[in-house]
Design a protein around this ligand. Structure first.
Ligand code: 5AD
Length: 377
């Protein structure tokens, strides 16, 4: 897929033309990952974080936020609930919390693998290599770490180094040019994890060029999972406070809007660039368009949903952005409604772990040519 083609699609405004993009992305999704929508139970196990990411509500400097860390038994109860609801995967997500020690996490992963048939996905931030290796050895299947933007200058602007985090696998020279998370993604792949990444759409300062590069980087990294969602301003962050928003608006003509439409374009183009990938229709997207965001994501390239299984007393405290969709909905109710909506789209509910089809799929360029769609790619 050409860079210029990606850029043209990102700038496309015509509804009929965009209809072609949605239909093509949906067809490529169907051919490569089928009708199944895989459900991954998300458990937000801790909102402690040592980092100071400029966009994220659980950043360490947000002293107003009450912090929690779930017990192993609480997390196990969520895992059993995931099994009861028929999910094949549990996703354990947290801030970058070194209170979740290497050994404690390894024990937890071993318990989940011993007591349930679930695949285990971790999303615990930029942890040292020894942690990542220990968790893989304990049985973790997958790791999610969004690189957020492929533009190094923008990356460094929104990811200030925190004093007390443990950059054990940092390389100071390459660090200036590169996004450290990309180094970690390579290590995760070498460790044998199914590896996921992604970006936010419409970060202040993000241009169309940046976003096109992000999509091409998804392909070049041969990711198994790619999550994209709109950037949602959080008032307790430097990037989200009102003056910063106005400041940015006036300065950058090439600023990508943080809209649901732009997010659908990125999902669709990501499906074309990485036909094999597991792509979620994200909660951030459902938050921006409560009516139909989740379904439109699924209809325009996505094949995964991550229902939130975090216990109610912790949900509101995992506030990476404000007013998350379905904040107070009990899992059983959300699950029943979600499954109805998936079936109404003509899709089926995924069974089993829903592992990556990356190795089973043809190279994207070849499959696109076979399909004879040069006008789109
Ligand atoms: N808006 C949208 N997404 C956010 N994330 C963090 N903060 C925000 C925000 N304000 C996303 C990041 C992170 C993922 C877990 O949540 O992309 O990787």
């Amino acid at each position: 897929m050409q860079r210029s083609t990606v850029l043209n699609w990102l700038r496309e405004e015509d509804e009929e033309r965009l209809g072609e993009l949605w239909r093509f992305a949906d067809a490529v999704r169907r051919e490569n990952v089928g009708h199944e929508v895989h459900l991954r139970g998300l458990v937000e196990i801790s909102n402690h974080c040592v980092r100071a990411c400029a966009y994220c509500g659980i950043r360490a400097p947000n002293r107003a936020l009450a912090r929690y860390r779930m017990s192993a038994d609480e997390i196990l109860a969520c895992a059993r609930q995931a099994v009861a609801l028929g999910y094949g995967t549990i996703v354990l997500q947290s801030g970058e919390d070194y209170g979740l020690t290497r050994d404690w996490m390894a024990d937890l992963i071993r318990r989940i693998k011993a007591e349930t048939p679930l695949a285990v996905t971790l999303s615990l931030g930029e942890r040292p290599e020894a942690d990542l290796a220990a968790w893989r050895a304990a049985g973790a299947d997958r790791y999610l770490l969004r690189f957020e933007t492929s533009n190094p200058a923008l990356y460094h602007r929104i990811h200030p180094p925190a004093d007390d985090c443990r950059f054990e696998i940092r390389n100071p020279k390459s660090e200036l040019r590169n996004n450290h998370r990309i180094t970690i993604l390579h290590r995760l792949q070498e460790l044998g994890y199914e590896t996921g990444s992604g970006v936010m759409v419409g970060i202040p300062g993000q241009t169309y060029d940046d976003l096109a590069n992000d999509i091409l980087l998804f392909r070049d990294l041969a990711l198994d999972m790619i999550g994209v969602g709109p950037y949602l301003p959080h008032p307790a962050t430097p990037l989200g406070c009102q003056s910063e928003i106005e400041n940015r608006k006036s300065k950058i003509p090439e600023q990508v809007p943080n809209t649901d439409l732009m997010t659908y374009k990125v999902i669709a183009l990501t499906r074309l660039a990485c036909p094999w990938a597991n792509i979620p229709s994200t909660t951030a997207l459902a938050t921006l368009n409560r009516e139909s965001g989740r379904e439109l994501g699924l209809a325009r390239g996505a094949n995964v949903v991550m229902p939130n299984l975090t216990p109610p007393q912790y949900r509101a405290l995992y506030e990476i952005y404000p007013a998350k969709a379905c904040l107070y909905e009990p899992p059983e109710e959300f699950d029943a409604a979600l499954k109805r909506r998936i079936l109404a789209l003509g899709r089926t509910i995924g069974t089993g772990p829903g592992h990556s089809k990356r190795q089973a799929c043809a190279a994207p360029a070849a499959s696109a040519q076979d399909r004879g769609a040069p006008c789109l790619l």
